[in-house]
Structures are given as structure tokens and as C-alpha cells.
Design a binder for this molecule. Structure first.
Ligand code: TRP
Length: 484
């Protein structure tokens, strides 16, 4: 081996890195808007079920495979399954590359918001009068009451080329610098401080949000389920969101698992990571929905939800507190995103260092550049370039380039990866080998309830549920049809 493979110094190091990978824009940006668009509390319930019941066993499987093989996803599948199984690892690596390509763009938005709230004059609502006039001229049927400064601002912001180019490039360079230094250094220390800080800021903001008028309407929307709102879109969005948020289905956790100590307990670590991820997503919802209802926004606003709902509140806090709390919030969001982008970049890098004995630094430069370039069309598809913004129409909806990437590589590739991982472990690698590996850091695992649960889930329930939901996803998305 050209370079020694790294490893985490302790179980806590692994948990910090895996939870850092899980907690990110998926929790704070994506989860609230998916929840808002797909049924509120009903979505939340399905989501919790997907995360703990369907996904957690798959997380155990990924980590265990990686630790057993001590390799990247491609190497792991090839070593444990032989021959063609390596392709599954390759698909995962490609999915990771594509996910990072758009994720880095959104991280760039968060970075831009941090700078403009913390140091710029976003909270003073610059050029509000001009924007309103422009809005009214564009929409003769609307009045000033329909105008939302931060809604309009977000729309123009993501269509702006220069800012996005600079900030997402900065974000990719930051990610690359950390991955070049090796995953284990730094992550552990940072995550242990920054994650609790993020929780403190969010909880503080929740308390503030709950005192606002109409907050309870938001809470009702978020916590009192209306089961008539559960349809197949709710289910497939919740499942793919669970995979995305847990960093599951493309081998990120195979890779991190390969750095995990043999004496450590995989099952309890996976439970902690899942719990931490779910907690942060849950808190993000608890913060956003009261704000959304307070401001009279539609919860189904879409990807702009947090970028629109939050700045208005920070502006209300006054110039000093707004900068401090608002800037702090977006800064912590950037760090949460950074510990996720690190895990995404680590996957292709571990592949080329393991399989082609490439130097880590070379692999980092290669993939950071490639992924940044692949992300450019996603960046430009948010209004900057018309043909990318209205890229294709399928299932009766016109989609921008970024949405197509999310559809293919997040909504479809991740559950597909999860399906293949469970089938692989249950029917090719076999559960007894999984149990042997887990047992090394978890005496008395064999014969335990946990083992029985994981066995049933991986061999029957998860593959069945994921396969049906995946079929439904594809039918709905591309053909506008449905199984049910
Ligand atoms: N889970 C991260 C988030 O919620 C994103 C992420 C990191 C990811 N690594 C991943 C998503 C691997 C899918 C696969 O922000």
C-alpha cells in the first residue's frame, strides 16, 4: 500500500465523524422544506419510521462491511462479493460525486448568507424599495402585500453567478484542504465543539420562535399528523430523505467504517449517529415551522424555505443581535455542511488511493476539481442560465438541472444502493459473517434481539419496502404513474 490507511483514534472519533457526515444541509435545509412540501407531521412520522426501522440496519451493514474489508466501497464489494459486485461500489462512488456537486453549491449559498448577515447589510434589507418596484412591475396582478423581501432576495441571489462561483469554490477548497490532511485529524475535535454549539443556537432560536404570534399553528402543522396527507410521494420522499440525511446508500459509511476500530461497538454507534441526525432534523423543523406561520409563508415554499424564513427573524432582532445570532447560525450551518462535504469527498479519494495507489493529495485535487466543474451546471440552473433552469420535462413537470441531479443521484441512487447493500449482505456475503464482524466489538451480539432484528430487516423487510418504494418513485417521477 502506497500510504498507510488512516483510522479513527477512538469510538468517539468515529461517532463524531459519522454524525458530522450525517448532520448537515440535509437536516437544516432539506428536511424542513421536504416536510413542508409533503405533509408536515405525517411526513415526519413516516420519516422517523424510515430512519430507525428501514435505514438503521442498513447503516450497520455499511459500517460492518467497510470495517471487515478495510477498503473503499468498490474494493469492499469486490473483496467481499467478488467479480461483478464491485460495480455496486462504483455506482455508489459516482452517486457521491454527483451529490457533492450540487451539495457544494447549496453550501456556497449558506456561506454567502453567513457573510452577508454577519458582515454585510442583508439584515437592513438593502434596496428594498427597488426590489418592490421591480416585483410589482413584473407581476401586475399582485400588490405590495404579496412581496417578500427575503423571498425575492433568495431568488435573485441563487441566480447570481459571481457570488455563487466564489463562495462554492471557497467551500470546495476548504473541503479539499481538510480531506488532504486525512479525515481523522481535526474532524473529531471540531465536531465535538461545533455540534453542541449548533444545538444550543437552534434551541435558543426555537424558544424565541415559540413566543411569536401564530407559532402554535406552525407547531400543529409540524406535530399533529393529518393522515389523509400521506400519499406515495410522502413515502418515497421520506425514505430518500432518510437515506440522504443519514449519508447512507453510496458507501460513505463503508469508507468511514473502514477506519473504525475492531474493538468498537458498531450497533450502538449506528444508533447514536441515527439518533443525533434525527434530533437535529427534528429541531430544525421545530424552529422553521413557527417562523413560517408567523410570517404567513407557505410551508411548501420549497428549497428556499430556511433561506427565506430565517433572515427576516434575524432582521427583527436588531442590528447587533441579528448579526451575532444570524451570522452565528449560518456559520454553524457551514460547519455542519463542511463535515458532510468532507465525508462525500473522502469516498472517491479513498477509492483512488486504495485501488490505484494514488497519493491522497493528488486524489483530492483531482476530485475536488472534477466535482466543482460537474457542479457548475447545477449552480447555473437556479435562474442564471435559462436552458439549465428549464432543463427537461418529465412526469409532467419541468425541472432544472440541479433537480435532475437530485432526482437521479439522491432520490433514486441512494435507496437503490441501500437495496443492493441489504441484498448483498443477506444473500451474498451472508448475515453470519456480518455477525462475526460485529461480535468483535460487541460481545454477546450473536443470539441477541439486535441480531434478530437486523437479520429480518436486511433479509426481508428493508429490501422489500425499499424495492416497492423505489419502483413507485420511478413511476411517479418519470411517468407520472403510480402503483397504488
Ligand atoms: N447527510 C448529509 C446531510 O444531511 C449529506 C451527506 C454527506 C450525504 N455524505 C453523504 C448524503 C453521503 C448522501 C450520501 O447534509
Amino acid at each position: 500500500m502506497a500510504e498507510l490507511r488512516g483510522s479513527f483514534s477512538s469510538r468517539i472519533g468515529f461517532i463524531a465523524a459519522a454524525a458530522g457526515s450525517a448532520v448537515g444541509l440535509g437536516n437544516i435545509w432539506k428536511f424542513p422544506y421536504e416536510t413542508g412540501t409533503h405533509g408536515g407531521a405525517a411526513f415526519l412520522l413516516v420519516y422517523i419510521f424510515c430512519a430507525f426501522v428501514i435505514c438503521m440496519p442498513i447503516m450497520v451493514a455499511e459500517i460492518t462491511m467497510g470495517r471487515h474489508a478495510q477498503l473503499n466501497p468498490h474494493g469492499t464489494f469486490k473483496k467481499l462479493g467478488g467479480g461483478k459486485w464491485g460495480i455496486v461500489g462504483i455506482i455508489g462512488i459516482i452517486a457521491g460525486v454527483m451529490i457533492l456537486s450540487f451539495y457544494n453549491v447549496v453550501a456556497g449559498w449558506a456561506f454567502g448568507y453567513f457573510l452577508q448577515i454577519g458582515f454585510g447589510d442583508l439584515l437592513n434589507q438593502p434596496d428594498a424599495a427597488d426590489r418592490l418596484a421591480h416585483f410589482l412591475a413584473q407581476h401586475p396582478d399582485k400588490t405590495a402585500a404579496n412581496f417578500s423581501f427575503y423571498g425575492d432576495y433568495f431568488g435573485t441571489y441563487i441566480a447570481n453567478v459571481t457570488d455563487n462561483l466564489i463562495f462554492s469554490l471557497a467551500f470546495m477548497i476548504g473541503t479539499a484542504a481538510i480531506v488532504a490532511g486525512g479525515v481523522q485529524k481535526g474532524i473529531e475535535r471540531w465536531t465535538k465543539i461545533l455540534m453542541p454549539a449548533l444545538v444550543v443556537v437552534i434551541v435558543g432560536l426555537i424558544i424565541y420562535a415559540l413566543t411569536l404570534p401564530n407559532a402554535m399553528e406552525g407547531i400543529r402543522f409540524y406535530l399533529v399528523p393529518d393522515f389523509t396527507k400521506i400519499d406515495s410521494v410522502t413515502v418515497y420522499k421520506a425514505l430518500s430523505q432518510a437515506f440522504f440525511s443519514l449519508s447512507l446508500g453510496m458507501g460513505a459509511l463503508i469508507t468511514y467504517g473502514s477506519y473504525f476500530g475492531k474493538k468498537d461497538n458498531i450497533v450502538s454507534s449506528a444508533a447514536i449517529v441515527t439518533g443525533a441526525d434525527l434530533t437535529i432534523a427534528f429541531l430544525a423543523g421545530l424552529l422553521i415551522f413557527p417562523l413560517v406561520f408567523f410570517q404567513g409563508m407557505a410551508p411548501s415554499e420549497g428549497p428556499g424555505l430556511v433561506f427565506v424564513a430565517l433572515p427576516a427573524i434575524f432582521a427583527d432582532m436588531g442590528p447587533f443581535m441579528g448579526r451575532l445570532i444570524g451570522g452565528g447560525f449560518f456559520l454553524l450551518l457551514c460547519f455542519a455542511a463542511l463535515t458532510s462535504t468532507i465525508s462525500l469527498l473522502e469516498v472517491p479519494v479513498s477509492y483512488v488511493t486504495d485501488e490505484f495507489k494514488m497519493k491522497r493529495k493528488t486524489g483530492v485535487i483531482l476530485f475536488a476539481t472534477l466535482i466543482f466543474v460537474v457542479g457548475l451546471p447545477s449552480m447555473l440552473s437556479q435562474g442564471a442560465v435559462p436552458w439549465l433552469t428549464e432543463f427537461v420535462t418529465y412526469g409532467g413537470q419541468t425541472r432544472d438541472f440541479m433537480t435532475v441531479v437530485i432526482d437521479l443521484f439522491s432520490d433514486i441512487a441512494l435507496p437503490l444502493g441501500g437495496l443492493l447493500i441489504s441484498l448483498f449482505v443477506a444473500y451474498r456475503w451472508r448475515i453470519f459473517r456480518l455477525s462475526d464482524e460485529i461480535e468483535q466489538g460487541h460481545p454477546r451480539f450473536k443470539g441477541s434481539f439486535g441480531e434478530k432484528f437486523i437479520t429480518i430487516m436486511l433479509s426481508v423487510v428493508s429490501p422489500l419496502v425499499v424495492a416497492v418504494v423505489l419502483l413507485e418513485t420511478i413511476l411517479q417521477k418519470f411517468f407520472g404513474a403510480t402503483l397504488f
